[in-house]
Design a protein around this ligand. Sequence first.
Ligand SMILES: CC(C)(COP(=O)(O)OP(=O)(O)OC[C@H]1O[C@@H](n2cnc3c(N)ncnc32)[C@H](O)[C@@H]1O)[C@@H](O)C(=O)NCCC(=O)NCCS
Ligand SMILES: Nc1ncnc2c1ncn2[C@@H]1O[C@H](COP(=O)(O)OP(=O)(O)OP(=O)(O)O)[C@@H](O)[C@H]1O
Length: 198
Amino acid sequence: MLKIGLTGGIGSGKSTVAKIFNTLGIPTFDADAAAKNIMENDAKVKAQLINAFGKEIFAQNLLNKKYLAEIVFKDAAKLKLLNNITHPATIEAAKNWIDEQSTPYVIKEAALLFEAKSAGDLDFIIGVQSPIQLRIQRAMRRSNISEEAVMQRIEKQMDNDEKMQLCDFVILNDEQQALLPQVLTLNGKFVDNAIKKS
Ligand SMILES: CC(C)(COP(=O)(O)OP(=O)(O)OC[C@H]1O[C@@H](n2cnc3c(N)ncnc32)[C@H](O)[C@@H]1O)[C@@H](O)C(=O)NCCC(=O)NCCS
Ligand SMILES: Nc1ncnc2c1ncn2[C@@H]1O[C@H](COP(=O)(O)OP(=O)(O)OP(=O)(O)O)[C@@H](O)[C@H]1O
């Protein structure tokens, strides 16, 4: 089975592209959602988080995302501490999930594939590219945060041009080019490749 990574900066449209693959019957793993699930439900991770950031980051067992985001995206050392707690468990969850799938290929969607050094296990990586102004507007609207807060996150991610150069394929999500034909072309390539590999 082929393992395909799907990455891109904040607001680039990764989840939107992942949904299209999903409608074609391709299973997709969402690393952001998995990380949140682990943070709220894995007792060991939860204890490490409380130890690092205080019990205030949980309210009635739910992660107070706004509060935690305000702490970590302002402070590189605290973000590193958070990443060191969440990334190994999320990478492990992705591996376990991939082992359970049986389609010709699967998609792992993660904003930080390269930053978290989890790209090595994948056969191909798709990057989703969007103009920076669109990304900022989408992220502001989607998460109800300020432009400054979006910029703080962008500064913590790998330079976008560098990220796209590391990808095998790039999908352009500029709201001019249609996404579906781009996804269908890649789907054809991956199915062919999976057949050759088997
Ligand atoms: C800090 C948290 C609580 C903020 O939650 P919030 O709902 O506001 O954002 P969400 O998780 O939906 O992320 C939105 C986008 O922010 C960016 N982002 C998230 N975490 C990080 C990070 N550690 N470093 C850089 N950018 C990040 C990504 O582009 C992501 O797609 C949350 O992002 C988190 O728990 N992050 C740590 C886990 C993690 O690394 N997730 C990403 C796995 S790829
Ligand atoms: N082509 C598009 N046309 C219209 N809206 C779009 C398009 N692509 C993305 N969006 C919107 O922009 C927002 C961000 O998109 P999406 O969640 O897919 O990005 P993402 O890369 O997964 O973001 P993040 O890293 O911030 O989680 C969403 O509200 C989505 O509906």
